[in-house]
Design a protein around this ligand. Structure first.
Ligand code: NGQ
Ligand code: ZN
Length: 450
């Protein structure tokens, strides 16, 4: 594998110039700075580590843009969910694989090199187990393999339709398992990702709506040291229902009843009190923020400014995949704060650069949430991004201003993306993008026809 040489690169959260990375077996094996390229080195201008995408429902990419027409009774998160349930009703294993492959190809083109797939579409359209209970998990793994993205698979436990063990609705039949069934699914899922290089399998109770306290405790015992993800406080109705059930808010309940520690990722901790927010920041758990989806679904705005000031860890996720863009997730995270606080340049930490603060934060928090160490370092996978130095957004920029300009001012800005040292994206396009798009189009044409 040829060594990669960058005029400048973001290594260990700092910019270093004239950097040469040697790669062997997919891992960075040597880093030299302030050196000339050797003959045969591949030369690039601006290097970054790939970003983790900590929360995806890949199949939802297939309905992107189809839920943007107002219904007769008004529209909200719950009516969107009904539409989404109707969309997934028709999906078979082949469909899920084709849609997920497209989503993962687009993630790589956006600079994401690992995805956390919060995977809950387990059963056949009648709600029965497939011959292999982990059939759908295997399709997700196949999509990761075909695209080349690193996978943290989060098989979802889903048993109920509301707080306190309410019966699930018919539309949820494809998601359901009891604790024993989930243990088998988890085994099968671990098997499904075993052949993928550097894959991780965590666990994911869907939400406090879908799992009772006893079930939560039972499946937590299966986690070991692996990541634990849960949807927590996305909608105000969810908070109200949780209060009615338990007298406590969702984040408050979780913090009181479960060992919330750095293994945990609280996805959409949108609606939190000051106390819940500070306790979360101190716990080492990661706030899983999905700004594009949270805007699209009308969820609300997470108090990121105070949370970051308290040292809280966060990462970003593309969730519904209505649009897949790492820069737009980070930009919208900052813009939500500007719009609600009537200020500029809000999410700065030790360094004044918003771009560098957001990038470094999402890299560290997202990596931990997905059970890996991120960033360019010896012994870690060579998961890398190069920016397109010809993009006017980068003209006469250096250091942290490159990240500010990428996130706030570039249209896409990406040239190449590597996974384990293999170049998967060139000139902004995935090397297998064309065939992936063709297959996706055929699946969508059939689904929309039926
Ligand atoms: C999901 N998505 O599981 O796909 C959820 C909607 C729910 C988001 N929360 C369903 N964005 O939460 O019940
Ligand atoms: Zn979600």
């Amino acid at each position: 594998m040829p060594a990669l040489w960058f005029e400048t690169a973001f290594v260990d959260n700092a910019w270093v110039d004239r950097v040469r990375l040697e790669i062997s077996d997919g891992l960075v094996s040597a880093i030299a700075t302030g050196v000339d390229p050797a003959a045969g080195d591949e030369r690039h201008a601006i290097g970054l580590p790939g970003l983790p995408n900590l929360h995806s429902h890949a199949f939802q990419r297939g309905m992107a843009g189809l839920a943007e027409q107002r219904g007769t009774t008004g529209d909200d998160f719950w009516s969107w969910r009904d539409l989404m349930y109707r969309f997934l009703d028709r999906l078979g294993p082949e469909d899920v694989e084709a849609i997920a492959t497209l989503a993962y190809v687009e993630m790589l083109e956006a600079g994401f090199t690992r995805v956390g797939e919060f995977h809950y579409l387990h059963h056949d359209p009648d709600g029965r187990l497939y011959a292999d209970p982990a059939e759908m998990a295997a399709r997700v793994a196949a999509a990761a393999q075909a695209s080349g993205i690193a996978l943290t698979l989060l098989p979802v436990f889903y048993a109920h339709g509301g707080f306190g063990g309410m019966a699930p609705g018919a539309a949820q039949r494809r998601f359901l398992n009891d604790v024993d069934g989930y243990a088998r699914l988890l085994d099968g899922s671990r098997g499904a990702v075993a052949a993928l290089p550097d894959a991780v399998a965590g666990i994911a109770p869907h939400s406090l709506r879908a799992a009772t306290p006893d079930e939560l405790r039972a499946i937590l015992s299966l986690a070991g040291t692996n990541p634990i993800h849960i949807h927590i406080a996305e909608q105000r109705k969810e908070v109200a229902d949780c209060l009615a059930w338990s007298g406590r808010r969702p984040v408050e309940w979780l913090q009181g009843e479960m060992p919330v520690d750095p293994r945990w990722c609280l996805v959409h901790a949108t609606h939190v009190t000051d106390r819940e927010r500070s306790t979360l920041a101190g716990s080492g758990a990661i706030a899983g923020l999905c700004p594009i989806t949270e805007a699209n679904l009308g969820d609300g705005i997470f108090p990121a400014a105070t949370y970051l000031a308290e040292g809280g860890a966060f990462g970003i996720g593309s969730d519904s995949n209505v649009l897949i863009s790492a820069t737009e997730e980070l930009r919208l995270l900052e813009y939500g704060q500007r719009l609600s606080l009537h200020q500029r340049c809000v999410l700065a930490g030790d360094r004044p650069s918003i771009g560098a603060t957001l990038f470094a934060g999402a890299l560290a928090g997202g990596s931990r949430a997905l059970g890996v160490e991120g960033g360019i370092a010896i012994g870690r996978p060579a998961d890398l991004v190069s920016l397109d130095a010809d993009d006017p957004a980068f003209v006469a920029r250096s250091g942290d201003r490159l990240l500010d300009s990428w996130i706030f001012a570039a249209r896409t800005g990406i040239d190449c993306v590597w996974r384990r040292g293999t170049r998967l994206v060139e000139g902004g396009r995935h090397v297998r993008g064309e065939e992936t798009r063709r297959r996706f189009s055929a699946v969508l044409a059939r689904l929309m026809d039926g």
